[in-house]
Each structure stands twice: as C-alpha cells, then as structure tokens.
Write a protein that binds this ligand. Structure first.
Ligand code: LMR
Length: 333
C-alpha cells in the first residue's frame, strides 16, 4: 500500500506536467452566423478563420457555425452578450431590439446607390459612432462587411409598388423596414432568417426582400415565383465580438486577429458583388423564379413611394445622421 508521503509528490508532479499542457490549449472563438457558407458573409467568416489560425500558429482556433446551426436571429445576440459565442456578424437591421436603433439608418430605402456609397458611410464618422454605441452593451464592433442590394420576391409579379398591397412580407427586426413595407401597402412580418423558407412554402408569408446570394442559397427559388430587381435597400453586416472576451485577449494575439479581420474584410467586400451576380444567374438558370427587371421609370415609381419613409424615421435613426449620410452618398431627398 502506498504511503501518504509517496502519493503527494506524485500528485505534484502530475500538476507540474499538466500545467504547460493546459497553457497550450488554443483560445477558442465560436463565430456564429445565420447564412450559408457560400455567401459573402459565409466565405468571409471562413477566410477570417483561416487567417486567424495561420497567423497565430494555432494559438487561436476559430469555430464557424453557419446557417443558424447554433443560434438563430434574436438568440445569437443574447448568446454573444452572455459569452456563449465570441463573434457574430449580424445584419445591422437586427440591432434595434438591442436598443441600438440608429443602425437602422442602413435600412432607409434607396439611400445607397452603390457599394462605394456604403463604404463611405461605414468608413466615416457614422460607422465609427455606431460602433461606439455598442460598447455599453458589452459588444465591440470589429468591422463592417457588405452583402449587397435587396430585391423583392413574391408568388405574383411585382412591377409597381401597388402590386405589394396586402402581401404578407417577411422582414428583419427593424422598424424602418416595417415602415418601408407599410409604405408599399404590404403587411410586414418580423421573422428569423432560418424560418423564411418554410414560411414561404406554407404561405405564412407571401414574399420577402433579399440580396440574390441569400435568396439562392436558401433555395427560395423553389418557393417564390417572381423576383423583382428593385435594389431598394441593402444588407450590411457588423462583425462584432463579446467585449470582455476581446479586451481580455493577450495584446499580441488581439493585434494579430485585428490584422486578420482587416484582410478578411477586404476579401468579403471584394467578393460580395460577384457572389450576388452569380447567385442571380443561378436563380435565372434554375428556371423556377422569373426575374423582373424594371425600366428606369418603373424603378422611379418604387423609389417615390419608398423614400417617404426617410422623414417618418428621422427621430428613430437621427436627423443629423441622415443628413451626414445624404452628404456622403449624394442622395437628394
Ligand atoms: C436576413 O435576416 O434576411 C439577413 O439578415 C440574413 C443575413 O445575415 O444576411
């Protein structure tokens, strides 16, 4: 039988060997998002993982969970604040319920004409000020990634804004999007992204607004007969992290991850336009959804109705912010 004096040094030895092994455990970043892997955001997240792991020589492990695998809209924000995941990249149209409604500036219809317009705003004072607002909520803003321009879909052809009357349209949790749909005479229904396909299939909603990359990768061509190229709004992402986790990283690791994020951001932005063009071509090729291209006069009719929403939401997103964005994008009310 082993005596006590023999067991104690053995235990100490075991601890001594275990300690360096524990110190070598990688820092794990759970990065959750709601879209498919083959989308601008999905590919951006994978690229960030690759750079982060390579550049930290494996000291950081990034686990990407796409397609609402881990959390869906609504849940994921709470999970980030609680530290169940460390990173997300939600569409900025989902910050309202968190009390950061100013992000809904990006939802004002027709305020952006191009990706360049979007970058001017995210790289400028508005983009910075919005990230500042997240800090008190325990969130740090790392980067903005653009997806692209949204189109309207339904099971009836939408040529004029009046064609939207009475349609149940799925939206993200944004009051600005709610007023946009109401301006068109539609009935907005807030719903998690992961539930949209089934809602379309069962008739819970008649249609929705999406960039082609999201439409195609969620197979909406199977359940939507028409897609009108309205380009009336955008999907813009904020890549965010749990602030306590991010601030607590060893400074050299944090700096390396910031560099990886900078390069992943460039990559995601560079592929976004082409990803959406390819997705639109794939929808067309499927032969299941008819693509409706609007003439300039038809598009102007949509715009005329939609922009009434800007004034209505001045107090929600901030008059000054709207004016700054108008200046940066050259938008004329
Ligand atoms: C949506 O819910 O429609 C989008 O926010 C999905 C996404 O993340 O692109």
């Amino acid at each position: 039988m082993k005596s006590r004096w023999f067991v104690a040094p053995l235990a100490a030895l075991a601890v001594a060997f275990a300690a360096p092994a524990a110190a070598q455990q990688p820092i794990v970043i759970k990065f959750s998002h709601v879209v498919a892997v083959n989308t601008p955001k999905g590919k951006g997240a994978e690229y960030f993982k690759k750079l982060a792991e390579e550049r930290t020589s494996g000291k950081v492990k990034v686990e990407v969970y796409p397609n609402s695998q881990l959390f869906k809209d609504g849940e994921e924000m709470e999970a980030l604040q609680l530290g169940s995941v460390q990173m997300l990249a939600p569409s900025v149209s989902k910050f309202g319920p968190l009390g950061a409604r100013e992000f809904e500036i990006f939802d004002l219809p027709y305020i952006f004409d191009s990706y360049d317009d979007l970058h001017k705003v995210t790289d400028g004072p508005v983009g910075k000020a919005l990230f500042k607002k997240l800090e008190s909520k325990g969130i740090v803003g790392l980067a903005y990634w653009a997806n692209g321009f949204k189109d309207m879909s339904a099971n009836k052809p939408l040529r004029k804004p009046e064609d939207m009357k009475g349609l149940k349209m799925r939206i993200q949790s944004s009051k600005v999007l709610e007023s946009e749909m109401r301006a068109f005479g539609a009935l907005p229904q807030v719903m998690a992204f992961s539930e949209v396909y089934q809602a379309m299939q069962t008739g819970v909603v008649d249609g929705s607004e999406n960039p082609p990359s999201n439409f195609y990768t969620q197979k909406m061509q199977e359940v939507q007969k028409y897609l009108t190229l309205t380009d009336h709004g955008v999907i813009e992402y904020a890549v965010i992290a749990n602030k306590k986790f991010w601030d607590g990283l060893p400074p050299d690791i944090r700096a390396t991850l910031e560099g990886a994020m900078k390069d992943a951001t460039k990559y995601a932005d560079d592929i976004a336009k082409k990803e959406n063009e390819d997705a639109l071509a794939a929808v067309k090729a499927s032969g299941k959804t008819e693509i409706i291209t609007l003439s300039p006069a038809e598009k102007a009719a949509w715009k005329k109705v939609a922009v009434t929403v800007h004034k209505e939401n001045e107090s929600r997103v901030g008059k000054e912010t709207i004016e700054t964005v108008y200046k940066e994008t050259g938008f004329k009310p």
